[in-house]
Write a protein that binds this ligand. Structure first.
Ligand code: F6P
Length: 466
């Protein structure tokens, strides 16, 4: 057993990506940037906990340099795990295997072979998880609560339990969970290790009942059940106060003016904002828009698709190829339908949060069509921010659909003809009905703000333990 020493932290969070990242400037100075994504939004409430520690990984040269120089935010401990181990665990296992399994992204010719390379990467994934378990065991005060996050760290609860039996350990999955028949694609021993690793926690959290049930089914079929571990559901909502205040600032106003110029007067706006991620289904989304322009010529010159596809996981060839494909399809649509005064697709690929908020404000329609998604916060954010109220075209495979299905227009993400029809329906909604729906969507979307999500998990972790 590792003894409890170091800080007397009562709440610890562990995640691959932390709340800040660092870059080294040309002058050698380090600059810090707040991280993005659903996980960071949800966990930002930890900042309100006086006695808290966030354990995360150093992800790039800037982060590693910050660790070396001893630079850091209070309440954040960055682990400098060797770069090779991290790359194999993060790119190899977490993003190329586990992400693909839970989002059901494998298809010919992308079917995996779990051969010797996979086994080497799996060993790195074990080392990576072990490094987190040790750091948590060292840093946690007696009886502290530890909230482990996501598919990068599935083995941590079991490993940590071995080191520190006094801790209350929770694990939260921000992704969907694969159906048992799909999950069993993983080698048997690996599948079992993941489930047993997670079952080392006192409590496991998922974003929807659908993902929690899939996990439980995997446990029943592969390891005989979830004995001793409670499974709960915590939906994550948008942060209304933050979004409303942030989207009124000057930098957003500036971008609003630029976007308005790019769009032109009296045109409807269809907005999408995503990481360039295969599960987000951006190419089929563009294809559906192309079909709309093809089948419904009345929309030509009268609508613009503002599509922001921000770089993600560019170390992986499959993501780089996908990024190139998104640009190709957008260009094709512009070449095919564009005119001197009208650009049908305004595509931006450089991450800019203020510009995303400006696009949200302009949205008449939000298009969110993932193949599968744990929750999808964009679907929840746009109705909160849009100036005139927006219609939401939403994949029924996004976790958010369970909460928003009454007022969203649901689509099958593979069905581009159906998605084109849904876009037409959304664009054609009378403005009064659109505003009403948007109001109800915003209310449902903000029912569980991030702080509540975080605190509910903590409370639930504390319950039911002797
Ligand atoms: O749950 C998925 C998640 O961890 C989200 O929090 C976030 O949006 C995304 O993946 C970030 O991925 P990455 O850390 O690989 O950029």
């Amino acid at each position: 057993m590792v003894s409890a020493h170091a800080d007397a932290a009562q709440v610890l969070v562990a995640s691959n990506r932390g709340p800040v990242s660092y870059a080294v400037g040309e002058d050698g100075e380090l600059t810090a940037k707040r991280g993005g994504g659903g996980l960071v939004s949800g966990l930002s409430a930890i900042g309100d906990e006086a006695n808290a520690l966030w354990v995360c990984s150093a992800l790039g040269d800037g982060d590693r340099e910050a660790v070396r120089r001893g630079v850091g935010e209070p309440g954040v401990r960055m682990l400098d795990i060797d770069a090779e181990t991290h790359a194999a665990a993060y790119n190899g296992i977490a993003n190329s295997v586990l992400w693909f399994v839970h989002h059901m992204l494998y298809q010919t010719p992308l079917e995996p072979e779990f051969g010797p390379e996979f086994r080497e990467q799996w060993a790195a994934y074990e080392r990576y998880n072990q490094a987190f378990a040790r750091a948590l065991a060292e840093s946690a005060a007696p009886g502290a609560a530890v909230l482990v996050q996501d598919y990068h760290l599935t083995l941590v609860p079991g490993m940590l339990r071995e080191l520190r039996d006094d801790l209350r350990i929770g694990h939260f999955s921000h992704t969907p969970w694969a159906p048992a028949d799909y999950f069993r694609m993983l080698p048997d021993d690996v599948a079992e290790q993941i489930l047993r690793g997670m079952l080392g926690a006192d409590r496991l959290g998922f974003l929807t009942g659908r993902w929690a049930d899939a996990f439980t089914d995997c446990c029943v079929r592969l390891v005989g059940g979830t004995t001793g571990t409670r499974v709960g559901v915590h939906g994550l909502g948008a942060d209304a106060d933050f979004l409303r205040e942030r989207s009124r600032r000057d930098d957003v106003e500036e971008r609003l003016a630029t976007l308005r110029e790019q769009i032109g007067p009296d045109r409807k706006v269809i907005v999408r904002v995503d990481r360039t991620e295969l599960s987000k289904n951006i190419v089929r989304g563009l294809r559906a828009y192309e079909l709309l322009l093809e089948e419904r010529p009345e929309w030509r010159e009268r609508v613009v698709h503002v599509a922001f596809a921000y770089p993600s996981r560019q170390d992986l060839a499959v993501y780089r190829d996908y990024t190139a494909e998104v640009s190709r399809v957008a260009e094709r649509i512009n070449e095919r339908f564009g005119t001197a005064g009208w650009t049908p697709v305004v595509l931006h690929v450089k991450d800019d949060f203020a510009r995303s908020l400006a696009a949200y404000r302009l949205a008449d329609v939000a298009l969110v069509n993932p193949i599968r998604d744990g929750m999808n916060l964009v679907a929840k954010e746009v109705p909160v921010v849009s100036d005139e109220g927006c219609a939401l075209v939403l994949s029924r495979e996004a976790g958010a659909y369970e909460e928003l299905c009454e007022d969203a227009i649901g689509v099958n993400p593979y069905d581009t003809v159906g998605t084109a029809r849904a876009l037409h329906q959304a664009l054609s909604l009378p403005s009064g009905e659109r505003a009403e729906r948007s109001k109800r969507l915003a209310a449902a979307a903000t029912a569980l703000p991030p702080a509540r999500w975080f605190l509910d998990q903590l409370t639930a972790l504390g319950e039911g333990r002797a």
